[in-house]
Write a new protein. Structure first.
Length: 111
């Protein structure tokens, strides 16, 4: 695996919690109005908080050594316990989605 492929795999760590939050916004919040893009809030603080927490919770499950071909020599303690299996994508997706749902607290239709 080359440097570019390793870089793209590294980007996956950042994208998966974001996708989870976007899916919650789309399917639960019903944020489907195109005007929200232009006239919506500049920062959705609940989503940003859920994103950061979801990403941080996934760090122990990461195996950056395998994903980046040794470019970043980090293997999280849980990934190490799992024999190098990297399940951080699933952890960050699920954690960010659930945290955002909890932070919404019944404010359906609002962000």
């Amino acid at each position: 695996m080359g440097y570019y492929e390793g870089f793209l795999l590294f980007l996956d760590y950042w994208i998966t919690p974001w996708i989870g939050i976007l899916l919650v916004m789309f399917y639960v919040n019903k944020a489907r109005d195109w005007r929200l893009v232009e006239n919506g809030p500049r920062v959705v603080w609940r989503a940003l908080l859920a994103y950061v927490i979801g990403l941080l919770l996934s760090v122990p499950f990461m195996n950056l050594n395998a994903a980046t071909s040794g470019l970043i020599p980090y293997v999280g303690p849980i990934a190490n316990t799992l024999g190098g299996a990297d399940i951080s994508y699933f952890v960050s997706f699920i954690a960010a989605s659930i945290i955002y749902l909890v932070l919404m607290g019944g404010n359906k239709g609002h962000q």
